[in-house]
Ligand binder design. Sequence first.
Ligand code: QAP
Ligand code: CO
Length: 175
Amino acid sequence: MALREILTYPNPRLAIPSEAVTEFDSKLRTLVDDMIETMYEAPGIGLAAPQIDVHKKIFVIDIDYETDEDDPKILRNKNPTVFINPVIYNQAGEILYKEGCLSVPGVYEEVKRADMITVDFFDLDGKKHTEDFSGLMAVAVQHENDHLLGRLFIDRLSFVKSRSVKKKIKRELEE
Ligand code: QAP
Ligand code: CO
């Protein structure tokens, strides 16, 4: 197990579209283990492979875990789901959620997404799953799937808001 470095905006490598996974082997398991470890350490509730500069269609999500009140290093109720080669369809309803992203640290903005989705995806054993998601899990899946397309949540804000958020980040990096 190893921690991987997380790319941050405006790194242009975050815009590279990911390719499908073809080999369900031990190398894939090690990569996913590292992604899960990196997500919990951050800490975050989702991480996509391109965020650690691996441009493959993989993301991990865990919206269930909790950190110990006394020792934030202790995590309880871990329940990570691994999504490989996901395809989202049957998008319905609307949900507004104030999103953040480990690749855009310190920025939180409301994004409108579908509130009900169906997702086809593969697990580490290469087994196909079809599952429905709503609420925070639907938001997380759409957010992470955007990473596989080379898109960030700050690309989904209004034209004016998106431009001002990006300018602010770049300005703060120059200081
Ligand atoms: C994506 O986001 C997501 O700015 C996962 O300083 C977002 O884990 C899924 C984080 C919204 C569902 C709803 C962000 C940590 C973590 C920061 C994250 C930060 C530290 C973001
Ligand atoms: Co993100």
